[in-house]
Write a protein that binds this ligand. Structure first.
Ligand code: FES
Length: 107
């Protein structure tokens, strides 16, 4: 789906997420972690580590990766893939900043 056709929902303003931290958003039964990286880019993944459901929003951001707070698995925020030697994948969501607003798509 092209970017223009997505349904974007407002999460919060960028300023409401401290740098290198995350905010969670509930969408039905799914909780999504929206991360603000040090350079103010934003990334969104399901807030559930593929290992044992660790809350990724409480992990430590390292570059474009998140380190799970439970057992330190490293997960790429771009594609949701777990770094080797561990294996797995978490769902990612399109997210962007426009006019200071963080916008998330569930499409
Ligand atoms: S639950 Fe995330 S590394 Fe174990």
């Amino acid at each position: 789906m092209s970017e223009a056709n997505k349904n974007w929902i407002k999460v919060c303003t960028l300023d409401e997420i401290p740098p290198s931290q995350a905010r969670t958003v509930k969408a039905g039964d799914t909780i999504i972690a929206v991360f603000r990286l040090t350079d103010n880019r934003v990334k969104a993944v399901e807030n559930r580590c593929p290992h044992k459901q660790g809350p990724l929003a409480e992990g430590i951001i390292s570059g474009d990766d998140i380190l799970c707070p439970l057992h330190n698995w490293r997960i790429h925020l771009d594609d949701g893939k777990v770094a080797a030697p561990d294996e797995g994948c978490v769902k990612t969501y399109p997210v962007k900043v426009e006019d200071g607003q963080v916008l998330l798509s569930l499409d």
